[in-house]
Design a binder for this molecule. Structure first.
Ligand SMILES: NC(=O)c1ccc[n+]([C@@H]2O[C@H](COP(=O)([O-])OP(=O)(O)OC[C@H]3O[C@@H](n4cnc5c(N)ncnc54)[C@H](OP(=O)(O)O)[C@@H]3O)[C@@H](O)[C@H]2O)c1
Length: 297
């Protein structure tokens, strides 16, 4: 029995869908029945599901709002996941948790490896990093996947925001000096359930424990991502806007983002034999799904 938390989110929905497609026994929980801000729900959900594996896709993900909501971000990214990790430890089961490229400050100038020093630039990244440390200290069978720039055909994400803005405005200004890699939620869900399958096949192995980077392959900027979204949308009949390049300084946000948070995903390939698809290859089907849901006028 796999307990999937955050089932209403981008990743959680894809995990639940794929688990159902693969015929995996699972319980997919969202708020209010599973809420990190109500610790009693964590324990109750765990005891009711009696899981053999927990996949935590629940998190406080509002990067800018976190700056003013430290308590909620801490509950969602640190204290709550820690409680889940402790329950997994007590039950002797593996815990797969998801973290972020925002644990880095983006100053390295090359893709980050898992052993690089962290230096979060905001509350979101800091609480996610505190969660990583706490989980690793509490749980022997912990697997933490750091991902980035997640998007799906549902939920709140850059791809949907761009498609909507592109309809309303003839010109868009998009940040061109932040580098990273978009990650399609279905690709990440597949990687996670492939790891789960591996755990079933081999049983727990010491090399599975720890942090793994797990983003799409390749790299771009938010501007490059936006242009690719509109290329895909144009093939489905949406007139593309002009996408102008701006700098981070032109688009101030409450939380500072890393300028270059590319993640080196070699360790995931070496230990689990998993490489996520190139970000550009995964974009088309998701843009098309979004346009089916909301067709061009
Ligand atoms: N999105 C990104 O670009 C990105 C980048 C790097 C890493 N990540 C990480 O990837 C994971 C999945 O992200 P996502 O994009 O799927 O996020 P998402 O779409 O924002 O979904 C977050 C999920 O967590 C739930 N949640 C929020 N606060 C909670 C709380 N206090 N207690 C219990 N559940 C709570 C949400 O429930 P409601 O629906 O009720 O709000 C939702 O189900 C997270 O760990 C995130 O930190 C995401």
């Amino acid at each position: 029995m796999i307990l999937i938390t955050g089932a209403s989110g981008q990743l959680g929905r894809e995990l639940s869908k794929l688990a159902a497609e693969r015929g995996l026994e699972h319980a997919a929980l969202s708020r209010p029945e599973f809420d990190f801000e109500k610790p009693e729900t964590i324990e109750a959900a765990f005891q009711a599901a009696k899981p053999t594996l927990v996949i935590n896709a629940a998190a406080y993900t509002a990067v800018d709002a976190a700056e003013a909501n430290v308590e909620a971000a801490t509950a969602g990214n640190h204290a709550g996941p820690l409680r889940l990790a402790q329950l997994c430890e007590a039950a002797g089961i593996p815990f797969i948790h998801v973290s972020t490229d925002y644990v880095f400050d983006g100053e390295k100038g090359a893709p980050y490896v898992e052993s690089d020093a962290t230096a979060p630039t905001g509350v979101y990244g800091a609480t996610k990093r505190a969660g990583e440390i706490a989980i690793l200290a509490a749980c022997t069978k912990a697997i933490i996947l750091r991902t980035a720039w997640v998007y799906a055909a549902h939920g709140k994400n850059f791809c949907r925001t761009m498609l909507g803005a592109g309809r309303r405005f003839p010109t868009l200004r998009v940040v061109a000096d932040q580098h990273g890699t978009p990650t399609a939620a279905p690709d990440l869900a597949r990687a996670i359930l492939d790891i789960a399958a591996r755990l079933t096949q081999t049983g727990w192995r010491p090399e599975y424990r720890g942090i793994f980077h797990a983003t799409g392959t390749g790299e771009t900027t938010w501007h490059g991502f936006a242009c690719a979204i509109f290329e895909e949308a144009a093939t489905a009949g949406q007139k593309p806007p002009e996408v102008q390049q701006i700098t981070t300084a032109d688009w101030p946000t409450p939380a500072r983002r890393p300028a270059d948070s590319r993640l080196d995903c070699t360790k995931l390939a070496q230990v689990f034999g998993i490489t996520l698809p190139h970000w550009r290859a995964s974009l088309g089907p998701i843009v098309k799904q979004l346009l089916v849901l909301d067709p061009p006028a």
